[in-house]
Design a protein around this ligand. Structure first.
Ligand SMILES: [Zn+2]
Length: 328
């Protein structure tokens, strides 16, 4: 497994999600040499989760037949606002109790390896940028549609994190101030229209209102345990309700892209996340068409919009890239 990298050149990338932890060990050339997965179990409290992150890192390192002494740095993508300098989690909307948590310090104490923390979508975009886009476009935007909607912005070849390290919150761009309530407390954010959570809420409400869908045959009347894969199955069966709701989510995504393109003028817009992985084929043409309709004339000329092929791997690769760049 291990390649010709010198032993201290290995790095670890960790995708720290609300439900899953995923760690990967990478060589200096960002080749994966070992991975490990674990559930997050946020209900067990902050300290327990930090220990589980340390465990998943150790398991991945062991899987690669290495020891922690051979790891130069660990890059972690965390689901929330991160203080770049201290590596503290300022706030994580989907993780109860995660306010002002010194994640970097705690993990460095447990593992004895330098740790670098960034927002999860920024990290995923860094992974996409370096491996999938080969660091070629000067300006690129990543939009990740999952439980929420996150983004990552590359400007002049660098990840743009902004004054307070909070840039790239694409999901909280307000598209309609009279729209549905968002997890952030505002109304009508892009995320409140097109995230998996928003799509599922709309479907559940429609079923309550008496609309018909094959989803109730698959999952029962409450649509409990609805997953992105169910949406794909329903669309393949020609389900009209799911078609309508997905079309709207795709249109809102197109509008969000038009706004971003008007402001940033990126060459490439990459889409990712669970919703895109499941139904990119069904959404993509509507997204592109709507983006062109809403953008200023000329803005979308030659701009590429496509789904990332990295899937789950984007987060761990991005973590590895971050650690490689920042570890001395
Ligand atoms: Zn919001």
């Amino acid at each position: 497994m291990a390649d010709t990298s010198t032993k201290s050149d290995y790095v670890v990338g960790v995708d720290f999600g609300g439900t899953k932890l995923y760690a990967g060990v990478f060589s200096d050339k960002i080749e994966n040499v070992g991975t490990a997965r674990k559930s997050t179990k946020p209900q067990r409290g902050v300290d327990a989760v930090i220990e589980r992150i340390a465990d998943v890192v150790q398991e991945a390192v062991d899987e690669a037949d290495l020891t922690l002494k051979q790891i130069k740095g660990i890059g972690i993508g965390a689901p929330g606002a991160v203080a770049g300098e201290t590596g503290d989690i300022i706030f994580a909307p989907n993780l109860p109790g995660w306010k002002g948590v010194p994640l970097k310090k705690s993990l460095e104490k447990l593992l004895g390896v330098p740790v670098f923390v960034e927002n999860d979508c920024n990290i995923a975009m860094l992974g996409v940028y370096v491996t999938e886009l080969k660091s070629k476009p000067r300006n690129a935007v990543g939009i990740f549609l999952g439980t929420g909607i996150g983004g990552g912005i590359i400007l002049n070849g660098e990840l743009y994190s902004g004054f307070n390290h909070t840039a790239g919150e694409i999901g909280h761009m307000v598209l309609d101030p009279t729209g549905p309530k968002c997890g952030c407390g505002n109304k009508g954010c892009y995320e409140a229209f097109a995230s998996r959570t928003a799509i599922f809420k709309r479907l559940q409400q429609a079923v309550k209102d008496g609309e018909k869908t094959v989803l109730t045959d698959m999952l029962g009347a409450d649509l409990d345990d609805l997953r992105s894969g169910n949406l794909r199955k329903a669309l393949r069966k020609g389900d009209k309700l799911v078609e309508k709701v997905i079309e709207e989510a795709a249109e809102y995504t197109g509008i969000a892209i038009a706004n971003l393109a008007n402001i940033l003028g990126p060459e490439v817009i990459v889409l990712g996340g669970g919703v895109i992985e499941a139904i990119a084929d069904e959404m993509l043409s509507i997204i592109i068409e709507t983006a062109k309709d809403y953008a200023m004339p000329g803005v979308m000329d030659g701009v590429e919009i496509f789904p990332s092929k990295l899937g789950d791997e984007a987060g761990i690769i991005g973590g590895g890239v971050l650690a490689k760049r920042l570890a001395k």
